[in-house]
Design a protein around this ligand. Structure first.
Ligand SMILES: [Zn+2]
Length: 110
């Protein structure tokens, strides 16, 4: 298996610094099979590997995300490092929230 999975928040999230749309999310809390997880779907609809290495769809459909998981990406526009936390409801990825370092710094008064 690979090192991480790809994640697609739906609707997409915006960069907290420059407001451009973020993509290319990765995370290591899932099965790490280079799957692509899409918010709102119980199992990954795609696997980003060569066709001969890919699992058959019937096997892929058995994978689920953990109840809480971290994902991260880099803003293609302003290069900010962005982290977010996703969570599942009834085995389906239902929510995602930015872990916003800019905001938490302001709250801490630094
Ligand atoms: Zn940005």
């Amino acid at each position: 298996m690979g090192m991480f999975d790809w994640y697609t928040p739906t609707p997409p999230l915006a960069c907290p610094r420059c407001r451009s749309t973020l993509d290319g999310w990765q995370g290591k809390d899932g099965p790490c099979g280079l799957f692509e997880w899409v918010q709102g779907m119980p199992s990954p609809p795609r696997q980003h590997v060569d066709e001969e290495c890919a699992l058959p769809a019937s096997d892929r459909e058995r994978f689920r995300l953990p109840e809480h998981f971290q994902i991260y990406t880099e803003c293609a526009q302003c290069r900010a490092w962005i982290e977010a936390e996703g969570s599942c409801e009834g085995d389906v990825w239902s929510r995602v929230e930015l872990v916003d370092p800019l905001e938490s710094l302001a709250v801490n008064g630094r």
